[in-house]
Design a binder for this molecule. Structure first.
Ligand SMILES: Nc1ncnc2c1ncn2[C@@H]1O[C@H](COP(=O)(O)OP(=O)(O)O)[C@@H](O)[C@H]1O
Ligand SMILES: [Mg+2]
Length: 376
């Protein structure tokens, strides 16, 4: 189920924004334009599907700090909302905060950083109409089961988490369950750890690893898995495209794997501990993008970080290739990367700008977005 449209409101610098998505999505913008905020908004859906919404928002500073801090209409409740269309289905999640309590600090709710899920919807889209399949208001929800019968859950829901992770019975609510599994299967890569103590720089227990971990700790095992059961030729070509003449070797000793790179002109291979941050990050990107188990949706936030400019074109080609098996989302401030992807895929980049503190798609105003502006 690819994402066909994304709509965000009230989240960090996004006051309101709506955009269509295709197989390849390159989001370009200057520092502070809100690229990472868009990436994070999508990430929220994936953690909501796994019951980690409250924790994730708390780690971002708590719900009060992630809500749009710009001007709002007085008396209007403060809300953060993320909605996606997945072809024939649409899902929406809206959160607020626990209302401010004028009580002394020790008498306040100690979990005031938690979000309060206010509404959630799942709709079937047909002929321009939205048919409600699930509707949640606060702690109560109703949903239609596989036969179309209405089932109600009164005051049963945990207010800080999405309904997606709280209802079992996948056979009874197959479409809700499909959306939950879809969100949970999305893959996000934001930062690969390459400091001297980073696990990827040291030998690690090697097990078959079709999916690289989010921080790249299991890089050697993920690369070896590609060589063993995946697109080994693609990996070799990807390395040669980025580092001409270089050859990858995964050394194995007593069940521990480590990365070695043979470079032209050197008489011994370079170990992971000796490779530059940029080289290791590029190897991580290869492992993520050539995964033998490609996800339906793969998002990379600013993958150009600490890469040499010469690597941007090879990375662009790699992204274009990945978009044949996964829907790909990349945020970047590297124009050259956006141009390479655009020429290889014919998908035009989306440029973000900030206007009055709010993130917008260049050339569009908030008023162009679908929903009526009941907020201004
Ligand atoms: N709650 C908020 N309300 C409004 N703006 C916010 C909020 N939180 C962060 N921002 C703004 O978001 C911007 C950072 O967005 P980010 O997505 O990290 O940018 P980048 O394009 O560099 O990735 C900053 O300008 C910051 O001021
Ligand atoms: Mg950023």
């Amino acid at each position: 189920m690819p994402i066909t449209r994304l709509q965000i409101s009230g989240y960090r610098s996004v006051r309101r924004l709506s955009m269509e998505l295709g197989p390849m999505n390159v989001i370009v913008g200057a520092n502070g334009s809100g690229k990472t905020n868009l990436y994070r908004a999508l990430y929220l859906l994936s953690v909501a599907a796994e019951g980690r919404l409250a924790r994730t928002l708390a780690e971002e500073g708590g719900t009060p700090s992630v809500l749009w801090a710009g001007p709002r209409m007085a008396k209007k409740p403060v809300r953060l909302s993320v909605e996606v269309e997945l072809g024939e289905l649409a899902y929406e999640l809206t959160c607020g905060i626990i209302p401010f309590q004028p009580a002394p600090i020790e008498a306040r709710d100690p979990f005031y950083l938690d979000p309060e899920v206010k509404t959630e919807h799942l709709w079937a889209l047909s002929g321009g109409r939205k048919v409600v399949l699930m509707e949640r208001k606060d702690r109560t929800a109703f949903m239609r089961d596989a036969e179309g019968k209405r089932a109600t859950f009164s005051s049963e829901l945990w207010s800080a988490e999405s309904v997606l992770d709280q209802l079992g019975e996948p056979h009874r609510f197959p479409r809700l369950s499909e959306v939950q599994r879809t969100f949970a299967s999305w893959r996000f890569y934001h930062h690969f750890r390459t400091d001297p103590d980073a696990p990827m720089r040291h030998p690690r227990v090697g097990v078959r690893t079709p999916v690289l971990s989010h921080d790249g700790a299991d890089l050697a095992a993920a690369l070896r898995t590609i060589l063993h059961i995946g697109d080994a030729r693609g990996l070799e070509q990807g390395i040669d495209d980025a580092f001409p003449g270089a050859e990858l070797e995964i050394h194995s000793e007593q069940g521990r794997f480590s990365v070695l790179l043979h470079m032209p002109g050197l008489s011994r291979p370079m170990a992971a501990a000796e490779l530059s941050d940029g080289t290791l990050r590029y190897l991580c990107l290869l492992a993520a993008l050539l995964s033998p188990r490609p996800p339906s949706f793969l998002a990379l936030n600013e993958p150009e970080t600490s890469l040499h400019p010469d690597l941007l074109e090879p990375l662009g080609r790699l992204l274009a290739k990945a978009s044949k098996t996964s829907q790909v989302w990349v945020t970047t401030h590297a124009e050259q990367l956006a141009r390479t992807v655009a020429s290889a895929t014919r998908c035009e980049p989306v440029y973000l700008v900030k206007k009055d503190g709010a993130t917008q798609v260049e050339g569009r105003s908030e008023e162009d977005d679908d929903e009526p502006d009941d907020d201004a």
